[in-house]
Write a protein that binds this ligand. Structure first.
Ligand code: SAM
Length: 253
């Protein structure tokens, strides 16, 4: 059975959207993954199919009702469904590459897209939802966040990326940002590519790339760099260290 995504949303027409194109789109056509979307409004109440109401305690905006969301989940989540149920929310834990890898390794995901001020807290607790944020900013709805999460998972599925990229070498794969890339021409606008990349010396190239990855991480992402250093100090080597690649940069935090 292929990797399967179920999305509960007020805007089902947003899916598969960009995921119907390029690598994910081809993989969708090939049946490597599948997606079903369900309109939360079909579970809405009354003649107008209301899905939201004013917040208890006052304040701006509207809140998605727990009874409506609860019935949407119950209708589309089979008993014993092993897939994680994820609510995209800025209040969630930050989405990371390891989450994408974890989801991609399983049978799929079920995603809940919020609108307005978000979901009533009780349905989040009742349904055993994993709350995930895609970054420290506020979107107008969970749909773009769901597309981001799915994209990150889909490219890790077997056969989706083909030989085009190596997931093991990409940013975050071993807790570091990736090294910079260069291609032809060897000189452009008086800018030559770093000579080591033309040397044919694969050991030197590997060492240079590793040093560049470490330097970029140290300068751009002190949070990742600190985690990398503490892993090292605790004697937990990164996957690249374990394969014998040379680690050269040794600048402090
Ligand atoms: N009142 C909420 C808050 O301040 O945390 C923001 C609600 S937002 C306008 C509406 C919906 O967009 C949320 O329920 C959520 O599903 C989605 N959303 C917004 N920002 C997000 C983010 N950074 N990550 C994931 N989902 C997000």
């Amino acid at each position: 059975m292929s990797w399967h995504a179920t999305v509960l949303t007020l805007f089902p027409e947003m899916f598969p959207g960009p995921l119907g194109l390029s690598l994910a789109g081809r993989a969708l056509e090939e049946g490597r993954w599948s997606i079903e979307t369900h309109d939360i409004r079909t579970h809405g109440l009354g003649r107008h199919r209301n899905v939201d109401d004013t917040p208890f305690g006052g304040g701006a905006g509207m809140v998605m009702r727990p009874d409506v969301i609860g019935s949407a989940i119950a209708a589309h989540r089979p008993a014993g469904d092993p897939r994680p149920l994820v609510y995209l929310t800025p209040r969630g834990r930050l989405f990371r590459q390891e989450d994408a890898a974890r989801f991609a390794a399983g049978p799929g995901v079920m995603l809940l897209c919020g609108r307005y001020e978000g979901l009533d807290q009780r349905v989040i607790e009742e349904a055993g939802v994993e709350e995930i944020s895609i970054g420290d900013y506020v979107l107008s709805g969970g749909e773009p966040a769901a597309l981001v999460l799915l994209d990150a998972c889909l490219r890790l599925l077997p056969g989706v990326m083909g030989g085009e990229t190596s997931a093991e070498e990409e940013s975050f794969a071993d807790g570091l940002l990736e090294y910079p890339h260069y291609t032809r021409p060897a000189e452009w606008n008086d800018r030559p590519v770093p000579p080591v990349l033309l040397s044919g010396d694969h050991g030197a190239i590997r060492a240079w790339r590793r040093a560049q990855a470490e330097e970029a991480t140290r300068l751009r992402r002190p949070d990742l760099w600190a985690a990398h250093l503490s892993r090292r100090m605790a004697g937990r080597p990164s996957p690249q260290d374990m394969t014998g690649s040379v680690a050269t940069a040794s600048a402090g935090p």
